[in-house]
Design a protein. Structure first.
Length: 241
């Protein structure tokens, strides 16, 4: 186990592979050409690193026509990347003024793989908790079994929460049978507080995008809250954005 852990840490810790994982953290699949440009390395060098990540089951590759698209092999890879980002030094409010201005969009609202993160993601999670729709607790045993042994904290969806999410068109019972966890507590790397992840977090983000409450920003994981979204979040979650 110790040897395997060291091998995995070394695999992820390589600078080029770390940049590959960070690029794919946005949840969108990339071609090798796109990744080579993003991480600033040669196609030949990138190919070697991609092969190692695929063999380690960290990345999956899918062929479409003449292109091959790379993405995370499973949600747990994204959770691991987010957790590592949480180890970065500094706390909210301690960054310099220049950094704060540069990072503002990504800090305010962004995607964390396939769910909502940033200041608004954390505030939304706080609202769901405050309204008694979800509550923080130890990962449920059956949920761990289905998701392949996810440990740590997770959110438990209450009866009231099941009704609420059902009103948004989200079937929590259908989500529970998925292999991944239903409502994982994911530590936000900028806010240092948990936001809602798991299949429920992904479904909620999808609803918010489909209803045009949020709009993705090109070339970044940052998302914008639309005027329609501000109204909806005020009415449903009590968030004054």
């Amino acid at each position: 186990m110790e040897h395997d852990f060291g091998s995995m840490a070394a695999l992820i810790g390589d600078p080029v592979r770390a940049r590959i994982l960070w690029t794919l953290f946005g949840g969108r699949a990339h071609t090798a050409t796109e990744l080579a440009v993003s991480v600033d390395t040669s196609p030949q060098n990138l190919s070697m690193h991609l092969a190692k990540l695929v063999r380690a089951d960290l990345l999956s590759v899918e062929a479409q026509g003449r292109h091959r698209y790379y993405s995370f092999a499973r949600p747990e890879v994204a959770y691991a990347v987010e957790s590592l980002a949480g180890l970065l030094p500094g706390k909210p409010g301690t960054v310099g003024a220049a950094d704060e201005k540069e990072d503002q969009p990504i800090r305010v609202c962004r995607t964390c793989y396939d769910h909502l993160a940033g200041r608004i993601g954390v505030q939304l999670t706080g609202s769901l908790t405050g309204k008694g729709l979800i509550r923080l607790g130890e990962a449920e045993i059956d949920q761990q079994r289905r998701s392949g042994g996810i440990s740590g904290k997770s959110f438990i969806v209450t009866v009231k929460g099941n009704r609420f999410f059902g009103g948004l068109g989200i079937d929590c019972e259908a989500l529970r049978v998925q292999r991944r966890g239903l409502a994982r507590a994911c530590l936000d790397w900028t806010e240092r507080r948990p936001h809602l992840a798991g299949s429920l977090g992904a479904a909620l983000l999808e609803v918010m995008l489909d209803r045009h409450w949020l709009r993705r920003m090109a070339g970044t994981r940052a998302v914008l809250v639309t005027a329609k979204g501000r109204k909806a979040m005020q009415e449903l979650f009590g968030l004054a954005l």
